[in-house]
Design a protein around this ligand. Structure first.
Ligand SMILES: *Cc1c(COP(=O)(O)O)cnc(C)c1O
Length: 380
């Protein structure tokens, strides 16, 4: 039996991975090699991905979520500690803090035009228990990392980047204690599931590497080759490994990352242009010159719009759209655990936000169709 992509009446999807012959060939060569678990391709993928970010090495893991968890553990964050987090993010950012036993402290965003975690609110919420801050490059738009580095140094805390939206752009991973990337299917590059931890601190990187595989002191490949016949377990580790199949897909994808990011940037600029011409009531966050990997095409509908209705109408015309994000502090689990969290700017932003399709396979013609559909959905 063969599995086919489910037929739907959607014609323009929110995000489509670009995968094809290159990835197929890479997968075949892994199968032919008969070594499918973590091995040389994973190591090569780590070095190649690091090189794109001007780093020497990185650690591939099973997901960004797992990577955030390991980065926090490696920085010795746990029970009794507080970690500053945005609420305008995917829930994984905050879940990872809870895995360690530490307490996430929600921080508002700067403003609706710069929906990054707010420095002034972070300063106000920093306590003697605060051990780290996680910043997230919303939509691919780079957070001002030097500003956050100074804040982290002044406060004596660690700076972690959730870089799930921002692979391949200069500056990511340069100033933080750790940057974590995602290769989930809808990201700028994919391994189906997977992630990467980058840090300039080699001992931290070694620690993450050991934590990734049960805290063991030697690898299966080394034992197979006779470089090691035994191992010790010197810490509580996890199985957060990446395998050779995923690494092979990652290596193939990586060769296109810069081109895809440029394509995404170009499409975002075209969107900005068409939107301001045809629907000036819609606003697009960030300055058009802001450095970005253009992961999302986030727009803000005019206040008072019926977003639900707009989304239904768009869907009817075959345009898929989404919301990034429902604020984490509003999910039932988090509401129960941390009642009374009040983040007025985040809440206002999340009420109006709508994400339009953005991926490298779109053409300018698609964007015109999408904006036209949006206009009709808003005003008809
Ligand atoms: C996708 C995403 C994650 C989680 O990535 P996984 O690889 O699926 O674990 C974390 N943070 C943000 C901001 C994301 O968009």
């Amino acid at each position: 039996m063969t599995y086919k992509k489910k037929e739907t009446n959607l014609t323009i999807s929110l995000s489509d991975p670009v995968i094809g012959e290159k990835e197929k060939q890479s997968l075949c060569s892994v199968i032919d090699s008969q070594w499918i678990t973590m091995g040389e391709r994973v190591a090569e993928f780590e070095r190649s991905f690091a090189a794109v970010h001007d780093a020497k090495d990185a650690v591939a893991i099973s997901s960004c979520t797992a990577g955030l968890h390991l980065a926090l553990i490696a920085l010795n964050i746990g029970s009794g500690d507080e970690v500053l987090v945005p609420s305008l993010t995917f829930v994984a950012t905050v879940n990872a803090v809870l895995y360690t036993g530490a307490t996430p402290v929600f921080v508002d965003i700067e403003n609706e035009n710069t929906p990054h975690i707010s420095l002034s609110d972070a300063q106000a919420k920093c306590t003697p228990k605060t051990k780290a801050v996680i910043v997230m490059h919303y939509g691919g738009y780079l957070v001002d990392l030097q500003k956050w580095r100074s804040f982290a140094d002044e406060s004596g805390i660690f700076l972690i980047e959730d870089a799930a939206h921002a692979p391949g752009i200069g500056g990511v991973g340069q100033f933080s204690d750790a940057a974590v990337f995602s290769f989930f299917t809808n990201k700028n590059m994919t391994t189906a599931e997977g992630g990467m931890v980058m840090t300039r601190d080699q001992s931290l990187l070694n620690l993450v590497r050991q934590l990734r595989s049960h805290g063991m002191t030697s690898l299966t490949l080394d034992r197979y080759r006779g470089h090691a016949y035994s191992y010790d377990v010197t810490m509580l580790g996890y199985n957060y490994r990446m395998d050779e199949l995923r690494a092979a897909i990652g290596l193939a994808q990586l060769t296109n990352l810069q081109m895809w990011n440029r394509k995404r940037n170009k499409l975002s600029q075209v969107y900005r242009h068409i939107l301001s011409d045809f629907i000036p009531d819609v606003t697009v966050p960030f300055d058009k010159k802001h450095k970005t990997a253009s992961h999302l095409m986030a727009i803000l509908l005019p206040s008072g719009s019926n977003r639900h209705e707009v989304m239904l109408q768009l869907r009817k015309t075959g345009v898929q759209c989404s919301i990034h994000y429902p604020p984490v502090h509003h999910f039932s689990y988090y509401r129960d655990k941390f009642p009374g969290v009040n983040l007025p700017i985040t809440e206002k932003f999340c009420d109006r936000e709508l994400s339009l399709p953005l991926h490298p396979s779109l053409t300018e013609n698609h964007l015109e169709i999408i904006v036209e559909s949006l206009k009709r959905a808003m005003f008809d």
